[in-house]
Write a protein that binds this ligand. Structure first.
Ligand SMILES: [Zn+2]
Ligand SMILES: [Zn+2]
Length: 318
């Protein structure tokens, strides 16, 4: 089968992660070659995730520490919140994927192995190998002019009417929707979303669209971000720098606390206050990526509140 391509240069601009605080810009990176099965994509947009920043800063989750094995495989081109245009594709893949040269595309951030226990159970987002673009050797990311979506990737066509700067938000929004689904929100629940960044705002938008929560409370230390949270659908805005948000949420909820707490701030304080303000039997969903450790009285989660605590592993690199 032939390959259809469009002037792909031999060299490209790219950022390469060598080590914590050692990300280098290069104008002479070799442009990735099209694998037998897989496509070359010209990158048109890429977001910078909190996980990219925390990886840059040297968080143990990526570089290894007493709890975590080293996971990032440097040197590697970062970037997993991307969109691009199909630049090179075989006729066979064009038929298989329903994609043509120039189509606007994105890909799920985790390229699953389809061999491990999780993949066989249909939970590919928990894949043992867990190759995420921009962190693992097998899947270089999108802080570059070109990238490859390999054979096991799951790509999605996005209408050209969606601008790249908006289309690049597909992956964080998908993560946010996944986080909300883990909260198992029921009709009439009060849901607190901690952090009004890209993920938190996506969660608020998803909660609003889902129409189950009776009240959506947004927490953030920035009033400016809280205003955006309001536009996305938050009913109540609370700034932890200006008030005791644990007391405020408990008061709003008749002294009991919220039904669901979605932690999307990645800050130890946000975890502790979340556990404190969630009602007994409530759900606490951890989604943030942390640089610092959190110290917590775990009996609060177990014996005292019997919280359903969820940490979707796809949140590794939200
Ligand atoms: Zn797998
Ligand atoms: Zn991300």
């Amino acid at each position: 089968m032939g390959t259809i391509d469009r002037d792909v240069p031999d060299f490209m601009d790219a950022v390469v992660n060598f080590a914590p605080k050692d990300f280098r810009f290069s104008r002479e990176m070799e442009t990735p070659k099209k694998p037998e099965h897989g496509i070359v994509v010209k990158v048109t947009g890429c977001g910078i995730c909190a996980s990219d920043v925390k990886c840059y800063e040297g968080a143990g989750r990526y570089w290894g520490d007493s709890v975590n094995e080293k996971w990032v495989q440097a040197p590697i081109i970062p970037g997993h919140e991307f969109v691009g245009e199909v630049a090179e594709i075989s006729e066979k893949d064009s038929d298989r994927l329903g994609l043509c040269i120039g189509d606007q595309v994105t890909s799920e951030q985790i390229v699953a192995c389809y061999k491990c226990l999780y993949c066989k159970k249909g939970k590919r987002w928990l894949c043992q190998e867990h190759d995420i673009y921009g962190f693992r050797k097998a899947v270089p990311g999108a802080f570059a002019q070109y990238m490859v979506f390999p054979e096991n990737s799951r790509s999605y066509k996005i209408k050209k009417s969606v601008e790249p700067k908006h289309a690049a938000y597909t992956e964080p929004l998908a993560c946010a929707i996944h986080g909300v689904s883990r909260g198992r929100v029921e009709m009439g629940d009060t849901v607190v979303v901690s952090g009004s960044g890209a993920i938190g705002l996506g969660m608020i938008t998803a909660l609003k669209a889902e129409k189950r929560a009776s009240r959506i409370i947004a927490l953030d230390c920035s009033d400016e971000r809280l205003e955006i949270a309001r536009k996305c659908g938050a009913d109540i805005l609370l700034n932890p720098l200006k008030e005791n948000v644990v007391d405020s949420v408990k008061n709003i909820c008749g002294g009991y606390g919220c039904d669901v707490y979605l932690e999307a701030a990645g800050n130890p304080v946000s975890v502790i206050q979340g556990i404190q303000m969630t009602m007994k039997g409530g759900r606490f969903v951890e989604f943030g990526v942390f640089k610092d450790k959190t110290e917590l009285d775990w009996s609060l989660i177990g014996d005292t509140k019997e919280l359903g605590k969820h940490k979707p592993s796809s949140a590794n690199a939200t």
